[in-house]
Design a protein. Structure first.
Length: 190
């Protein structure tokens, strides 16, 4: 999906890197994914945020499901190679929203006078979209870096397969102008 260029006014926005974990490389578990550029775009944004000295938050999903590749204690729980360095905050969670983890992301952002957040990570239509929706409802100025997220094909209740790219486009349509502003990595790097 092509995102039109946008002029952004960011003021020390926090970069939220959601669940960019090795376990999502397990194609046998998750299925077909979209956006092969996701990790490179996340890495570029982390680098740019470090150059700016703006806050970076890593979020890790510690699954409680016994068959999940994201369970703690497994290699799949580790961050992918694109996620480097030490974040300003590491949030661990068991649910979709990064705002429902530990430590409390909302409290940390408010304590650091941060009103803008940029969402990146995996998966577009689950943890990233949920984090954007909750962030918007909490009053944050949310930017959703669509091309710095990816998702997987999903099977609908009627058995039809919905391609990952379609799910990403629907997420963008659901969020833009309501919960967030959908942007590209290119716009955020400017």
């Amino acid at each position: 999906m092509q995102i039109p260029p946008r002029d952004l006014t960011l003021d020390r926005a926090a970069l939220i890197v959601v669940d960019v974990q090795r376990g999502f490389d397990d194609a046998a578990h998750w299925g077909v994914r979209d956006n092969p550029d996701c990790e490179a775009n996340v890495a570029s944004l982390i680098g740019r945020w470090r150059d700016r000295r703006w806050p970076i938050v890593f979020v890790r999903h510690d699954s409680t499901s016994p068959d999940s590749p994201l369970r703690p204690g497994q290699r799949g729980n580790d961050m992918k190679g694109a996620v480097t360095g030490t974040p300003d905050l590491l949030v661990t969670k068991h649910v979709n929203s990064s705002f429902h983890g530990s430590p409390d992301l909302d409290a940390w952002l408010r304590a650091n006078s941060t009103s803008q957040i940029v969402i990146t990570g995996i998966s577009t239509n689950h943890c990233c979209e949920t984090t954007a929706r909750v962030g918007g409802n909490l009053g944050y100025d949310v930017y959703f870096a669509l091309d710095a997220t990816h998702t997987f094909d999903r099977t609908a209740p009627d058995g039809t397969v919905i391609p990952a790219a379609t799910l990403a486009a629907v997420t963008a349509a659901n969020l833009d102008g309501e919960f967030a502003t959908v942007v590209s990595t290119r716009d955020l790097l400017r």
